[in-house]
Design a protein around this ligand. Structure first.
Ligand SMILES: *Cc1c(COP(=O)(O)O)cnc(C)c1O
Length: 394
């Protein structure tokens, strides 16, 4: 637990150093100890009958989990937070909180693909219908609302394609119709986008990414505003799918440097995106801070920064084998899913097959880059050599 000192008056980096720990309760140690376990001991018959304990059983949490929950609640400006063993788990927890059989859900066409999978398969099986919408729809989302629409899901920017949604316009429509909003805020984190201050009810974060920051944990968080907190907590308690304590300790450690790492990811992301934009091989840079990116104006208006993940579209002349020449032989960038760690990644992607209401028809190959903490000149040299290999047959 954070001590009772009021730290909300401090700026975010100061808060991040103080959240979720209380040396006075930890024999003076700076960091809180690791608690693992199932059974909690009660002293009297009265105590056990009344479940008189801060934690009644391991599934309801532990000091370690509570430290991270309370830290995230404060960082997100929320009323409460629950955790999940993965970001996808957190997304499903949020959707289960605001939907029931017979309901209708609106989902952006740019959403993280496993979220789409969940909606089309498991959620459909439980009688919730999903309609996909153009992420750039803005206030016109009102036309898609049905009497049974319970939830509008948002993801800004979109996974891989980076459309930045008009969150205020969508939230306004949702509020008018008494519809709950959920956002996947993984890219920006609460440091660069204040979801609850923009009226979002439930905000999801894959802690796997920038909170963990080292590609060594899987974790998800859902934070809720006052109105949705009791239902979110209840949904979590029905399932008790909680992360392991060791991962929570790593997340608490990640929290201390998250601000620093994000600021650095931003600086590097911007520098690399600008460098790529000037390359003749690159047709388009999909980075929310660049005006090629759909919704760039929304990003400028609503976001406080940008992180280190963005995409590029290559010129159309390059074939798959040209791109393979580049990607198969990189020496600093690696190919792999996920992001937010210290290492640079580059992956090809194609949204054409699964989009249903918008078309993804770039002229050339699409690549997504995560800029890590390697030397910028080494990274540029690696890409420069990659482009030379790509150009060999052209
Ligand atoms: C990675 C990711 C998730 C899922 O996180 P996992 O912990 O890998 O399940 C959810 N949303 C977005 C936008 C992501 O990039």
């Amino acid at each position: 637990m954070t001590s009772n000192k009021d730290i909300s008056k401090f700026n975010i980096s100061t808060q991040l150093t103080q959240l979720g720990r209380d040396p006075a309760e930890q024999y003076g140690f700076v960091n809180a100890p690791l608690y693992k376990g199932s059974t909690i001991i009660y002293n009297t018959l009265e105590d056990i009958e009344q479940k008189r304990a801060r934690f009644s059983y391991g599934t309801t949490g532990s000091p370690t989990i509570a430290n991270l929950e309370s830290a995230w609640t404060q960082l997100a400006g929320a009323a409460g937070t629950v955790m999940s063993p993965s970001g996808l788990g957190a997304i499903t927890l949020a959707i289960f909180t605001t939907t029931k059989a017979g309901d209708h859900l609106l989902m952006p066409d740019c959403t993280y693909r496993p979220t789409r999978n969940f909606c089309n398969n498991l959620l459909a099986k439980y009688g919730v219908e999903t309609t996909y919408y153009d992420p750039m729809i803005g206030g016109d989302i009102e036309k898609l609302i049905k009497p049974n629409t319970s939830t509008i899901f948002l993801e800004a920017p979109g996974s891989q394609s980076f459309e930045v949604q008009d969150v205020p316009a969508i939230v306004k429509v949702a509020k008018k119709h008494g519809i709950k909003t959920i956002i996947d805020n993984t890219w920006a984190t609460p440091i660069f986008f204040r979801a609850h201050e923009h009226g979002i009810d439930l905000s999801v974060e894959a802690g796997t990414k920038y909170l963990g920051g080292h590609s060594d944990i899987l974790l998800g968080m859902v934070s809720a505003n006052e109105a949705c907190w009791p239902e979110l907590r209840a949904t979590y308690d029905y399932m008790a799918m909680l992360p392991g304590a060791d991962d929570c300790i790593l997340a608490l450690r990640g929290l201390r440097t998250m601000h620093l790492r994000l600021k650095e990811a931003e600086r590097r992301g911007l520098e690399m995106a600008a460098w790529l934009k000037a390359r003749p091989e690159v047709q388009k840079v999909l980075h929310p801070a660049f005006d090629d990116c759909p919704g760039h104006e929304n990003w400028k208006r609503d976001f406080l920064g940008s992180s280190g993940l963005f995409s590029i579209i290559l010129n159309e002349q390059f074939t798959k084998s040209d791109v393979a020449n580049m990607l198969d032989n990189m020496s600093v960038f690696s190919m792999g899913f996920s992001w937010g760690g210290y290492e640079s990644l580059i992956i090809p992607f194609n949204c054409t097959d699964y989009r249903t209401v918008t078309q993804w028809k770039p002229e050339g190959f699409s690549l997504r880059l995560q800029i890590g903490l390697e030397d910028m000149d080494d990274l540029k040299k690696d890409l420069d050599e990659g482009f030379s290999r790509m150009n060999m047959n052209s």
